[in-house]
Ligand binder design. Structure first.
Ligand code: ADP
Ligand code: MG
Ligand code: ZN
Length: 502
């Protein structure tokens, strides 16, 4: 079955007939040194099957024991999401067969998750705030990784062989599950994206994970269903997997809404299935979704219950970072930015860069000017994130300091930034090599002004009579004579003075 364009309904029509319901499941790989239940190291990109032991290979007789650091991260995530931390709970075995899971069960948490009933405040691009309720956050172990050989796209369909690497097996994961998100209407896709963005920001601030979607350390499954306008019960949901970027979260939700609507409008039925996100922005069917009963969950007999000491939990509260939304509001006030300007800064991914530029001595407004105009333009052209440009906040601050002290004009500063980006070295070196400096030698400047006034006698007379708007051609001639190295303001003042107007 393929999904052609005709198989989706126009977005406006979807919204006339249906209300979407969302549910987001985010798996985050913790950045602990070792795995969840054994001492093997957690590393990305090691040669296959070098980070394994009897426990994470599921060999007979091997016994797991819980990584305390992973529990600590789980508790901190729960607290940061405003969840209640369960004082006593067991791990559960989730039984199913999959070739990258040698025990044929995954150690997870089922009805006794470590954290429950929280909320995350998210902000849409236009500043609208939405509260997303969290159902639970629980601990589990990751599976290994399969590589399929012989198919054109690296997927299992058409492959001749599949290789398995157990390095990732047993990596600590936290799964964070939202309650059904209702009432977002047309903005459901945006809310989904904003939620994952906010969660990533929070997890990053907690320092518990690399939160790299492209490397799989943050993974999102998007559940979507539609209910007919006025209906009382939720519709059947699909769960889209492999959504590996923030943009794809939004695209996947929008596509599922349009696809499901087309099925329903044509009298069809939505199957409760997993679907796979495709690079072209569509989804294709995976497997029919099991229900909890299929997994035959039972309490894990090889692990003692998790019973975190309440005093320890309380002490972890003190380690929580300032909530991202509150932090943004504080910075906005400190920097004196309007709501709109702050939103641009956030959307450009420039918050941390401006903080560091200000710490290095720059004014907030000047720093914002550089990061959001010149540098954003370059980042766009190169298709990289602002933070990945080869220039540091300290270099930006240094360049701005040269402008503030009058050694450079802002035009020259832009050239210095270009030079740093081009690998010409530190701002001082670029200034020296490119011979950039504001000419302060009033003698040379005065000579250029006199020459320009002589070149444009009628404009000169007009200025002398007080008509300052005639200054343009004279200014132009002086700037040209000075090869752009004069400060416009100083030139203007000197021309006026020379005409008896200063
Ligand atoms: P599963 O084990 O099937 O992945 P989970 O409980 O882990 O189920 O996650 C299901 C997610 O889907 C949750 O976020 C839940 O709130 C959400 N959800 C439940 N029912 C619906 C529905 N009808 N439409 C959309 N989302 C739903
Ligand atoms: Mg789930
Ligand atoms: Zn191991």
């Amino acid at each position: 079955m393929t999904t052609a364009a005709a198989d989706v309904l126009d977005y406006d029509e979807v919204l006339e007939r249906f209300d979407p319901v969302l549910g987001l499941e985010v798996h985050v790989e913790l950045n602990t040194a070792t795995k969840m239940f054994c001492g093997c190291r957690v590393v990305f990109g090691a040669p296959p099957n070098t980070q394994v032991c009897p426990t994470c290979l599921g060999l007979p007789g091997a016994l797991p024991s819980l990584n305390e650091k992973a529990l600590e991260s789980a508790v901190r995530i729960g607290l940061a999401l405003g969840c209640a931390i369960r004082p006593w709970g067991r791990f559960a075995r989730k039984n199913y067969f999959y070739p990258d899971m040698p025990k044929n069960y995954q150690i997870s948490q089922y009805d006794e998750p470590i954290a429950e009933n929280g909320a995350l405040e998210v902000t849409l691009e236009d500043g609208t705030a939405v509260t997303v309720e969290i159902e639970r956050a629980h601990m589990e172990e990751d599976t290994g990784k399969l590589t399929h050989i012989g198919s054109s796209d690296g997927r299992i369909g058409g492959a001749d062989q599949s290789l398995v690497d157990f390095n990732r097996a047993g990596t600590p994961l936290i799964e964070i599950v939202t309650k059904p998100i209702v009432g977002t209407g047309a903005r459901a896709p945006e809310v989904a994206r904003a939620y994952v963005t906010a969660l990533r920001e929070l997890l990053g601030a907690l320092g518990v994970s690399d939160v790299r979607m492209e490397q799989g350390s943050l993974r999102c499954d998007a559940n979507v269903s539609l209910m007919a306008k006025g209906a009382q019960e939720f519709g059947t949901r699909t769960e889209t997997k492999n959504v590996n970027s923030l943009r794809s979260v939004e695209t996947a939700v929008r596509h599922e809404m349009r696809r499901q609507a087309a099925v329903l409008v044509n009298g069809g039925e939505i199957l409760q299935e997993t679907r796979h996100y495709q690079d072209d922005g569509t989804t294709k069917p995976g497997r029919i979704k099991e229900t909890a009963a299929d997994y035959r969950y039972f309490p894990e007999p090889d692990l003692v219950p998790v019973a975190p000491d309440p005093a320890w939990v309380q002490s972890l509260r003190a380690t929580l970072p300032e909530p991202p939304a509150r932090r943004r509001a504080r910075l906005q006030a400190e920097w004196g930015f309007s709501d709109e300007v702050m939103r641009d800064v956030v959307n450009a991914g420039a918050v941390e860069l401006i903080i560091e530029s200000v710490e290095a001595g720059a004014g907030a407004d000047a720093a914002r000017g550089v990061w959001l105009s010149q540098l954003s333009r370059v980042a766009n052209e190169r298709g990289v994130a602002l933070a990945d440009l080869p220039i540091t906040p300290a270099q930006v601050a240094k360049t701005l300091a040269l402008v503030a002290s009058g050694e450079l004009t802002s035009k020259m500063a832009a050239q210095v930034i270009d030079g740093v980006l081009a690998g010409e070295g530190e701002p001082d070196a670029v200034v020296a090599q490119r011979g950039l400096k504001v000419v302060r030698d009033d003698g040379a400047l005065q000579a250029a002004v006199d020459a320009a006034l002589a070149q444009f006698p009628s404009e000169a007379d007009a200025i002398r009579e007080g008509r300052q708007q005639a200054i343009g051609p004279v200014m132009g001639a002086v700037m040209k004579a000075m090869k752009g190295q004069a400060d416009g303001k100083a030139v203007r003042a000197l021309i006026l003075k020379s005409c008896g107007q200063g």
